[in-house]
Design a protein around this ligand. Structure first.
Ligand code: NAG
Length: 967
């Protein structure tokens, strides 16, 4: 994974790291490899602009093709701004074109670009293949525009319909775009502080004009001059803003400018391979999603998304920031102002009105897509390490899991399995029989993942390189030659994934015939796809490298990894004739990545700070569409921190929140040199954190220590496997609505202010709350449980009151986790070697009663691997407990009486939490037989609890309608 260093130098760097660690300043060594805002001319320029400096006004406003269009024209010659490089006064004044379109569900789209009738030197880049084709069918054809002078304004405004409750307004002079409730409160605005700026493309006229930029020995030729865009966006009725991953920072975004914020950087969105990134930092890392969400008690939730793939920088202004300089718009209570800056591209922005948190994520998903439904196995536990040496090593690890009675579903192979870092090949000395190796795992229901990165080794004997060269499939450098950069294999070139033909060519490489040694149980992992280039500026490709259609790398940089992920995922799809759901994990991402697979949060380190920040990082990814994400702990520095890891991030702690909560993913940790080790990495698919556990078998002679830790890990992983039916149901919800599997508390409790900035606890679906523990050897935890319901401890069944912060004792073997009253959670409690072997196992239903002794929940099941669910081949049940009766009913839409998917699974146990009074037995209808009822136990922990009631062996089929009445 994220190895920014070549192996040759890694020893050196490690030593260096060690040194720095002792100095306790790990962060400083890499910081100067990356640009700050001040070293980035467009960012520095945009940040220095004064509110009100935009002089554009809207003219020629009309309805055209169902959109509101206008021209933006500067009122006076461009401001003499001393800091502007190459003042543009002598350029003719060229208008910009503005287009506002309305879509279903209250979505406003705003585009601003250069006017083609003034012959710009080239077309600016508009990101293709991100917006869903279906989205275009949701356009509302605007018929009319009303123009009026809104109270307090001196100039007219044009108003168009957005939904029954909302309307969009274009204020003409100065130009401002905003969304408001009909005739009332504002939701979102753009340019209300007059910071909008749009640098138009230029061609060199004068000799000696120098637009080049230099950074650490790299020169960017910038043939079209500066071409950045910046503007302010305000969120009204907002208490906090969230989103814009990926940063290792808090869930609620801290101000990056304003009173009290010193020397702070804007949040940077620029996909970079940042080895051992620092926590609590706005620096850009592997992926970028320019989508921000605001939430407030008064107005609810809204969102703003800018589809733009160039480097972006975003400031969140603290309160008290120069607010007076804005244009006075009505209602500005609790406004949060932000400044958006991008190096290139166009304005293609979307305003989402909400008003609830789930509305906003669904509105965003209607533009960029919902997450793909993963294969069931992918939601279980994955095992990885860098590196599995050979087939024997793989076999050993595999059998250790069986010996220790720990289930796992996937084993991962990093780059060392290849022949000289040439992807799609095997080192035949170490892996002589890859098919046989995969088949052995497959016999236990297990899968394998191999790594395939975008850098292709420039080796004349490598067929892939020969073919790519011959066909002209590589990205070109600024002079038009195949770009040659340094990565794992040494000298490498990168396929131009922007080109759809090259993506199909790439996809073909995954056929069983082309990928020799692959079998149907093999899936793929894309690393280094930012793209990482060791000798490139900021460890990536030069901005003036050239892609398909003359697009400069600067324009699409943040989407390169997305297109690569897409091509790989399509390859797996083709390989299985479109029948098998792909599984591809990617490090780089962009809006839309959720349609192609999962992502992980890269190379962090095994310390408490990274464990802590993994929760907001994954919650943020979920909010911005990427519900299937994974966190790796212990990514890179185990050699240094082994002791910390063992004593600090003990399996009972670091690991538990993830395991309990996530559908698992794994990632690798490094092998400890010379030690006989094995590594368990739990990962959570979908939304959560991955967890990582390292068991050092020989490291400690203390046998009881080892056994104890093995037991803790086994328990944690068992809990995850028990919850797989619940997770899979949540994945289905995410893939139909965009609502993430793992959610910030405020998404479920949007009017409970105590939850708004809480990112230590989170919800798994609507039913489970997990409180992470982030300090070493904590004995107590303060847990806030949202009000309006009570909460049952997942292990003991003990009920806690909501609306209160509880100080709870915490044990080594668990983190606090609770089931919300009024919910029903489906489980499978029997342990197998892998999730695949649990298919026919019976279910347990856990009913957490609310104060009216009622609860409800859902269960979704399909074949776990094909796309037949899209034709209705699935089971979707609704469970309702009320008036002493549990009713199971179908909620899948009718498939004209035909059952396209069926299951023989039964319910073997029903657990009721919450003192159900006076139960003696249970009557099952329509079968008309009785089942036994007993007090306790709660099988997670054993012990009997007076407020737990168990209905034993009702043995009703999961596919059938039935009622169970407590007598
Ligand atoms: C309890 O749950 C039932 C079923 O969801 C619901 O209809 C009822 O309103 C809930 N009662 C309370 C007090 O929350």
């Amino acid at each position: 994974m994220a190895k920014t260093m070549t192996r040759a130098t890694s020893l050196l760097v490690l030593t260096f790291l060690l040194l720095l660690l002792f100095l306790n300043s790990v962060s400083s060594w890499k910081r100067d490899e990356f640009r700050t805002c001040n070293q980035t001319p467009f960012c520095k320029r945009a940040r220095s602009r004064k509110p009100g400096s935009c002089s554009l006004f809207a003219t020629d406003v009309a309805i055209n093709d169902g959109d509101l269009i206008a021209k933006l024209i500067p009122k006076k010659p461009r401001e003499e701004n001393g800091e502007d490089e190459q003042a543009q006064e002598d350029e003719p004044i060229k208008p910009l074109l503005l287009r506002l379109s309305a879509y279903q569900n209250g979505i406003l789209r705003l585009k601003i670009d250069e006017d083609p009738s003034f012959d710009p030197p080239k077309k600016r880049f508009e990101v293709p293949d991100v917006i869903l084709p279906e989205f275009h069918n949701k356009k509302l054809w605007l018929q009319s525009v009303s123009t009026e002078v809104i109270d307090g304004d001196s100039a007219p405004s044009s108003i168009v319909y957005l939904s029954d409750d909302y309307e969009a307004v274009l204020r003409h002079d100065p130009f401002v775009v905003y969304v408001r409730k009909k005739g009332g409160d504002l939701v979102l605005s753009m340019n209300s502080h007059g910071l909008f700026d749009f640098e138009q493309l230029r061609t060199k006229k004068k000799e000696g004009e120098d637009w080049e930029e230099r950074f650490r020995g790299h020169t960017d030729t910038r043939p079209y001059g500066p071409q950045s865009i910046s503007f302010d966006v305000s969120f009204y009725g907002a208490d906090f803003v969230y989103g814009i991953p990926e940063h290792a920072s808090s869930l609620a975004l801290k101000p990056s400018r304003g009173p009290g914020v010193e020397d702070s950087e804007p949040y940077r969105l620029f996909n970079l391979d940042v080895f051992e990134y620092i926590h609590d930092s706005p620096f850009g890392i592997y992926g970028s999603i320019p989508f921000m969400i605001s939430h407030g008690k008064a107005r609810g939730t809204s969102g703003f998304f800018w589809l733009n793939a160039a480097e972006m920088q975003i400031d969140v202004m603290g309160s008290g920031w120069d607010a007076e300089s804005g244009i006075s718009l009505p209602s500005s209570q609790n406004r949060i102002d932000t400044l958006w800056m991008s190096e290139a591209g166009i304005v293609d922005a979307f305003f989402f009105v909400g008003p609830g948190p789930k509305d906003v994520v669904s509105q965003y998903a209607s533009v960029t897509g919902t997450p793909a439904m993963p294969q069931h196995f992918a939601t279980a536990y994955h095992q990885c390490r860098w590196n599995y040496r050979d087939e024997e090593d793989v076999e050993n690890v595999d059998s250790k899991f069986d010996e220790f009675n720990i289930p796992y579903d996937v084993l991962w192979l990093d780059i060392e399995h290849t022949d000289g870092k040439k992807y799609f090949t095997w080192d035949r000395m170490l892996f002589p029989n890859p098919e046989e190796m995969q088949n052995k795992l497959a016999a236990k229901g297990r899968h394998m993942v191999t790594i395939v990165d975008p850098h292709i080794k420039r080796d004349e004997s490598f067929h892939l390189h020969k073919e790519a060269t011959k066909m002209g499939h590589y990205v070109k450098d600024a002079t038009g030659k195949d770009y040659d950069g340094w990565c794992w294999p040494g000298s490498s070139s990168y396929p131009d994934m922007l080109n759809p033909e090259i993506r199909s060519w790439w996809a073909e490489k995954f056929s069983f015939q082309n990928y020799v040694g692959s079998t149907p149980s093999l899936y793929i992992w894309n690393d280094m796809n930012e793209p990482s280039v060791f000798n490139g500026p900021e460890v990536t490709m030069p901005r003036d490298a050239l892609h398909y259609g003359g697009v400069e790398h600067r324009e699409l940089h943040n989407a390169y990894g997305y297109y690569f992920h897409m091509a790989t995922s399509n390859g797996l799809l083709k390989r299985g004739d479109g029948k098998d759901r792909p599984f591809v994990l990617s490090r780089a991402f962009f809006p839309g990545s959720q349609r192609y697979g999962a992502v992980w949060t890269g190379d962090n380190s095994a310390d408490w700070d990274h464990l802590r920040v993994s929760v907001p990082m994954i919650l943020t990814l979920g909010l911005t569409g990427i519900s299937f994400s994974v966190e790796v702990l212990g990514g890179s520095m185990e050699r240094v921190r082994r002791e910390d890891l063992i004593s600090g991030i003990s399996p009972g702690r670091g690991v538990q929140p993830m395991i309990v909560t996530q559908p698992g993913y794994c990632l690798r940790s490094r092998n400890l040199e010379g030690d006989e080790t094995w590594t368990l990495t739990e990962y959570s698919s979908r939304t959560m954190t991955r967890m990582y556990i390292e068991l050092i078998i020989k490291e400690r002679n203390d046998l009881s220590w080892r056994e104890r830790n093995t037991e803790l890990m086994r328990d944690a992983i068992h809990i995850r496997y028990m919850l797989l039916p619940y997770f899979y149901t949540l994945f289905r919800e995410a893939s139909s609505s965009g609502v993430p599997v793992v959610r910030p508390l405020w998404m479920e409790f949007p009017s409970d202010e105590a939850t708004f900035s809480n990112d230590e606890a989170f919800m798994v679906g609507n039913s489970l709350l997990v409180q992470g523990i982030y300090t070493e050897r904590a004995k107590h935890a303060s847990v806030y449980l949202p009000g309006g319901q009570s909460w049952y401890d997942l292990r003991t069944g003990i009920a806690y009151e909501g609306g209160v912060t509880h100080k709870l004792k915490v044990l080594e073997e668990s983190v606090p986790a609770f089931q919300k009253s009024g919910t029903i959670v489906p489980r499978k409690d029997r342990f197998r070697r892998s999730s695949t072997q649990m298919v026919n196992d019976p279910y347990t239903l856990v009913i957490a009663l609310n104060s009216s002794l009622a609860a409800e929940g859902e269960l979704y099941i399909d074949d776990g691997k094909s796309f037949e669910f899209e034709q209705g081949a699935y089971i979707h049940r609704h469970f309702l407990f009320s008036d002493g009766k549990l009713i199971s009913s179908n909620i899948a839409p009718s498939t004209s009486g035909k059952m396209l998917f069926s299951s023989d699974c039964v319910v073997e146990r029903i657990i009721l939490l919450g003192n159900y009074p006076g139960a003696k037995s249970a009557l099952i209808e329509p079968a008309n037989h009785k089942a036994e009822v007993e007090l306790g136990p709660l099988s997670l922990q054993g012990g009997r609890s007076p407020n737990v009631l168990t209905i034993r062996k009702p043995n009703v089929r999961i596919t059938d309608d039935w009622t169970i009445k407590i007598l």
